[in-house]
Design a protein around this ligand. Structure first.
Ligand code: HEC
Length: 198
């Protein structure tokens, strides 16, 4: 027996390969029938099946509550619930404390430009009257002061604020003027105008 008639191990495996060729052929290149292990194929198929379920579930279908509209509604509902709880805790409404109202008034006084005509501290200037003395041209009651801020007095140079402020803000300003400004004795006060408030 010659060495030729007894193929080496290498030649042997090559021979087996030739037998195990699939029918695919392209430009003389053939495909060896060498499928992946069973378990990899199984995982591969399982992941395809899962992805189909997941895509539908994730993007939502009518009724599963995962689409954008439902998510928005759920979030709004959750927030409303939280807000209602906060309201209840605060005793029926979110109300500012007295000091918070005065602080809000002080901020509005600067933010809304009152100081341009009434001075930084309400001392009055060439345009507007002193708001820190107890003399008033238009009355010193809460209602009269709020009305002044709301309606203004354009013919005398006082801006109406009803279109640029909420009623609440105008009330905060009134409280700030009546409770903090009056009697605060700033430097360089303008001479009193109007009647002394009783
Ligand atoms: C463009 C100038 C101007 C601005 C801005 C202005 N005021 Fe006046 N304000 C006046 C003038 C002028 C008067 C006096 C009106 C009059 O002669 O009755 C006045 C009067 C008042 C009065 C009544 C005073 C009194 O003696 O009867 C109050 C209160 C008042 N202003 C508050 C404010 C507040 C609060 C702001 C800011 C939100 C503000 N004003 C912004 C010019 C201004």
């Amino acid at each position: 027996m010659t060495t030729e008639s007894k193929p080496t191990e290498k030649q042997d495996s090559k021979a087996n390969q030739t037998e195990d060729i699939t029918s695919h052929e392209y430009d003389g290149i053939k495909e060896l029938n060498n499928p992946p292990p069973y378990w990899i194929t199984l995982i591969f198929l399982a992941s395809i099946a899962f992805s189909m379920f997941y895509v539908i579930h994730f993007h939502g279908y009518p009724g599963n509550g995962k689409d954008q509209k439902s998510e928005y509604e759920q979030k709004v509902a959750a927030f409303e619930k939280k807000k209602a709880a906060m309201r209840k805790e605060a005793g029926g409404g979110i109300e500012l404390s007295a000091s918070e109202i005065l602080a809000a008034g002080a901020k509005l006084y600067t933010d809304k430009g009152c100081m341009a005509c009434h001075g930084l501290e309400g001392e009055g200037n060439i345009i507007g009257p002193n708001l820190t003395d107890n003399y008033w041209i238009n009355g010193c009651s809460e209602e009269e002061v709020t009305t002044m801020i709301r309606e203004g007095k354009p013919e005398k140079g006082m801006t109406p604020y009803k279109n640029v402020m909420t009623d609440e803000h105008m009330e905060h300003l009134t409280q700030y003027i009546l409770q903090t400004m009056i009697g605060s004795e700033p430097a360089n006060p303008k001479d009193p105008q109007g009647e002394e408030c009783q």
